[in-house]
Design a protein around this ligand. Sequence first.
Ligand code: ADP
Ligand code: ADP
Length: 228
Amino acid sequence: MEILKTMNLLKYYGKDENEVRALDGVNLSIMKGSFTAIVGTSGSGKSTLLHMLGGLDRPTSGSVIVDGKEIFRLKDEELTIFRRRKIGFIFQNYNLVPVLNVYENIVLPIELDGNKVDESYVNDIIKTLGLEKKLNSLPNNLSGGQQQRVAIARALASKPAIILADEPTGNLDSKTSMDVMGLLKVTSAKFKQTIVMITHNEEISQLADCIIRIEDGKIVGGEQACTR
Ligand code: ADP
Ligand code: ADP
């Protein structure tokens, strides 16, 4: 089943001679439960694409369909709610709340949404990511790899339709990067969680189930569909 699709997505910045075609007709199709890497060099349009997929910024034209919904038909306030309910984000710099412990960070988005924590699901995530012994620790007392594992747990915990990861291994050494990638792969398969990540690192991208290449705002090699 297709969970995420873009149709002729365009994003231009600037005007006239300053116009930059950051996305120049992107067609993507991503299947539920797949773990996809979007790989490209600096300036190829990765961040712009991730922002569009997550409804963080509006395209010049074209559409993004998440879980059957054309997200840019929504008004700003509706889009904000849709994003909170349906999309999990993982950032390069983890973005954990420093005054909350690991467990509190993991369940924070669920509680902010006024939902009940699915304890057995969350405990399974915590175990899978090896965080059982760190639940009472504050983020600043954890290594980078551990902090990113907490961020992955937090993204998974609210069962979003898709998780979008922005260079999730960008601040990690190469061994820890491979460990984190392995965990993304395992959690995607185990929890049937769709994950789309961007990276400039070819070696990192190889660990995904599916690799999409972007150059100068275009998917290279034609339109891409990702299946497991
Ligand atoms: P990547 O994430 O692959 O490095 P980006 O999506 O950040 O690529 O950028 C794609 C292109 O769009 C680049 O040429 C970049 O300079 C340009 N760009 C990105 N954001 C803006 C902006 N806010 N204003 C103008 N140009 C931008
Ligand atoms: P991981 O691979 O899980 O990121 P590391 O190999 O970086 O862990 O760290 C090994 C151990 O050292 C961890 O169990 C952690 O408790 C401890 N450690 C690493 N970095 C820090 C840090 N900045 N502050 C506190 N403890 C740390």
